[in-house]
Design a protein around this ligand. Sequence first.
Ligand code: NIG
Ligand code: FE
Length: 419
Amino acid sequence: MSLLVRNSSQVVTPIGRAARRGQALAELEVLEGAVVRCDHGRISFVGEEAEHGRRFDEPEVVLDAEGGCVIPGFVDPHTHPVAAGAREAELNRRLGGETYMEIARSGGGINATVRATRAATFDQLLQGALRRLDTFLLHGTTSIEAKSGYGLDLETEVRMLEVIREADRRHPIDLFPTCLAAHEVPPEHRDDPERFIGLVNDEIHPEIARRGLAEAVDVFCEQGVFDLDQTRRLLAGSDGRGWRIHLHADELTPLGGTELAVELGALSADHLVYVTEAGIDALAGSDTVAVLLPGTSFFLRSSFAPARRMVERGCVVALATDCNPGSSPTESMPMILALACLSMGLTVAEALVAATLNAAAAVGRADELGSLEPGKRGDLVVLDAPSFHHLVYHFGVNPVRHVVKDGRLVVRDRLLCPA
Ligand code: NIG
Ligand code: FE
């Protein structure tokens, strides 16, 4: 199966198979009027149409970009896409002045979604996840990291990860599963969090590893959830299970989760709203990716992570939605790019690299995702706009017109193509 995207205004992409940092974060290749060809799910050519004509046969499918800009499909390296119910009432409570943690400690928050998720069947969770994935795809996202974490018991954590595996099979989007069994202390263990940590370490993590349901592990390292010492113990077995580490770190308070993530060689440290200078230094001297989630800051009306400082100090910065029913109910990477630029001060070029190549690095896949280069996966987006700047400039609407995943057209003229 071959596909050619022609008649673009420009093809815009970072170049390389590793994350970019510092001044190189803003480096994009901009090829005016270029074409992109995919064969057998991979990119086979990016360049001038005349050269394509000399080197390749007629493609089976031609997609006319009609003067739109072509960019790599977004990689979203931090999502919670499996969850039952919604928490719109908490938005009103927060608008009335209550904080996220106050709501969590009065029976709302993560544990409200845990109650709904435990009560939901596999099929109900799967249908909800597939609908969310459709929305991701319509907004140009072609791969996501996907966390469990609304079960907090063995049965439901397994169910969530099985939903992620089934959704990955059924949906064009690729899902990279992370076990977040230590997302919160569930109500039945509130009186003794150490008992819950024992359960996660002795039963939940080993069983999920035995079933091969996750490739990474995550912990919500936060004051009042899991402290540094507890987080360290929850992550101690990761290497032996072959799990990479992501960490919810320094989101609501400066606890030092960032430094712990770097010390443990984590793939990513995420949130980082309250990262300290020491945390920034640690990141800058490491390959751990700083995954920033400005949608969460926007939705919780909190401060934003110090993105500019982190870029200037040489940290690897990526962007993600944190899509979840409590703190960031959005699937839209274009919205996240707008916030990254207008509220955190990244340039549009930096934000685009952070949402593609660096986001691919945050899930350990910079070698095959995140840029438009021969050999990489055929994941691309055609924007309804003549330049990539419109991603942020034309804010608050969906700029995505067509999406190609693994060399196949999956969104055409803003509509999902039948499988
Ligand atoms: O990334 N911080 C912890 N976890 C999520 C929130 C989950 C929820 O509120 O349901 C986050 O913000
Ligand atoms: Fe999260």
